[in-house]
Design a protein around this ligand. Sequence first.
Ligand code: PEP
Ligand code: MG
Length: 587
Amino acid sequence: MKTRPDHSEAAGSAVLHGHGVGPGIVIGVACLHEPGDVHAPEHRIPASRVDAEKKRFATAVADASTELETLREKAGDLPAQAGEELGFLLDAYGHMLKGSRLIRGVETRIEHDRINAEAAVRYEISALNDAFQAMDDPYLQQRADDIRDIGNKLIRHLSAAPQKAFQNLPRNAVIVSHELTPADTALLDPETVAGFVTACGGAESHTAIMARSLGLPAVLAVPDIMSSVQRGDTIILDGVTGTVVINPDQDTLASYRIRRAEFLRSCRNLGRLRDLPAVTSDGTTIRLMANIELPGEIDTILSSGAEGIGLFRSEFMYMNRPDWPNEDEQYRALKTVVQRMEGKPVTIRILDAGGDKLTTALGGSMPANPALGLRAVRFLLSSPAVLEAQLAAILRVAVHGPVRILVPMVCTVSEITAVRECLSAVHIRLKKTRIPVPDTLPPLGVMIEVPGAALAADALATASDFFAIGTNDLTQYTLAIDRTDQEVAHLYNPTHPAVLRLIHFTTGAALRAGIPVSVCGEIAGDPRLAALLVGIGIRELSMAAGSLPRVKNRIRHLAYWAAEEHARQVMSEHDPTRIETMIETFG
Ligand code: PEP
Ligand code: MG
């Protein structure tokens, strides 16, 4: 939804609208985030360390030059014009790394100011930036952006530690950014960050999903946000309605405080359902599971009353780092989660790289159409070492609790068979080396998230131990709507009859084959859709932990016979608008 800011009487006050994606309301302080900014630690160094620090800086410059060379080789694979443009940019970057004012300036600062190299880079970029901005020439101003990029690259090479953006924030910080990638969002600490608002982003993007799982109110796709807000402004985000208020007047502030208190009260009340079962009024039990994006969510998951983890998105282990995690590292991260779940099942999805997640990890340049490219199982089957390391870590962790393995973006039986063969081979190898693994392989299931997979669900059911229906991608691919693109977000409709028919067919295929089937896309966490999904035959729903109490409440007030009848009526309707009305008005 695009709206011009609606400036009210109070000085500097404005109301803007976008897609509300996170739960609740937050009143906080605006903190502007520059994309790509990285944290540069600062400390003084003794005179005796100056030479060593300059050497450390020289190594970072050499590493950055090697990185540029690799990018240059990859640029050769791009279409002619894009390759040429990237080549010019890389040339400019290359010059900046060879005896330029930037490099000389950093060396001088290390020597004269006796500060570490990261801080010297940060100060030098800032000085050059001021000089370029003062030149009143758009071309030269653009060069200031290039210098900032190269400086960030140098800081990344200097800091061996994983990236930590979003540091030194005030309490109740609301991050305001043109865009946040899922990897940026993974760095937000809910202890200090109260919410975020961005100019870009689709309601079902992974950034939106992460906001929900972190329990952060967020509003995406507010085109005018960057020009409407300044650092330190008071800002209200309503993650339910998608409203953003900047510098509210006293009455507005008071009314949002009341709404926030009401929202928190209703969350507390729903929390009382934690230990009650999700059973319809006429006795049908539904298994409610949690989706997990980051290990930090485990406390929220445990207190939500989830019966297990229905979707563990393993991508977080691969984010914000230049290399792939090894088997041991993955084993340790997974073990913590499996042990903390104390015997409840954990469904670990193997790496879903590509699409809007971890695209650069696949080799630097962005493919023309990442959603249709080398994503998920396709990437894993083309990178056996990455697949084997992950499967080995999962097999090792399976001795600590019940684990299931889920394969993303499967389209054909041969893909699941290939993963199963790899799993067996890794199992045999681990057994031979006497590393503890279970005697039998964990269940291996497929995500049904591509229309072709849904239509071939009968065949896939013969080769799978369970299905998890990923309605986020199923909607994206069925309706040809990029889930990250705010321009078409209003057309993204998981209750479009085409999507519902695919869900229905998949559920039927699983039930006929006698394998479990769940829904783990975002619609599983929408209480308004619980009746429809239960009525279609779904008995397991997996969602952000924060959504679980509301869905449980809905199920406990639902009669199964009425849900079945509702599903029958919805499935016989072909008009999306009438379907929406039927869902909204169903008791
Ligand atoms: C989905 O596509 O519905 C899903 C659960 O996977 P992800 O959102 O991680 O792509
Ligand atoms: Mg998906």
